[in-house]
Design a protein around this ligand. Structure first.
Ligand code: MG
Length: 170
């Protein structure tokens, strides 16, 4: 059984992952509206990643005898000043997620819940990758600044990204 504290905190993080998914889906709409369909597609893959993160919490809470609660989501932003601003916002958001995962690890240690500590390590590693991926795109967008042709090429390249569910499963 999960302690009530862990059950509540994991439900809260599951909802936050769904909120993250909606932020990236909203960024996809922003890019689609500008005909940057590759960046839109990249963000739709990111949306799927976040829903995978949420579902992984769902399955774990359920597996440990907790009750999954679907609560209201905050509405995401709908507009950004530029493609660079959108990706910088994405990086800032992922840094918030990383801090939240760190707090969950602290809580699992406090609660002496070894299974939850182990479960969370997947997210600790995933966050390193998430921040690195987004930062990589930021650096590439910066290189295209003032060159619409280069941005179009980058858009085409980033549009190649596909969603592959991580091997560890949910
Ligand atoms: Mg996530």
């Amino acid at each position: 059984m999960l302690s009530k504290k862990i059950e509540d905190a994991f439900n809260d993080q599951m909802i936050f992952e769904m909120y993250s998914a909606n932020i990236y889906l909203s960024m996809a709409t922003y890019f689609d509206a500008q005909n940057l369909t590759g960046l839109a597609s990249w963000m739709k893959v990111q949306y799927q990643e976040e829903m995978f993160h949420a579902t992984k919490f769902y399955n774990y809470i359920n597996e440990r005898g907790g009750r999954v609660i679907i609560a209201a989501l905050d509405a995401p932003a709908t507009d950004w000043a530029s493609p660079l601003a959108a990706f910088e916002n994405a990086l800032a958001h992922e840094q918030i997620v990383t801090a939240r995962i760190g707090k969950l690890v602290d809580l699992a240690i406090e609660e002496k819940d070894h299974a939850s500590q182990n479960f969370l390590q997947w997210y600790v590693a995933e966050q390193v990758e998430e921040e690195s991926n987004v930062d990589g795109v930021i650096q590439q967008i910066k290189l295209t600044e003032g060159n619409p042709g280069a941005l179009m090429m980058l858009d085409r390249e980033l549009g190649q990204r596909v969603f592959t569910p991580p091997a560890e499963g949910a």
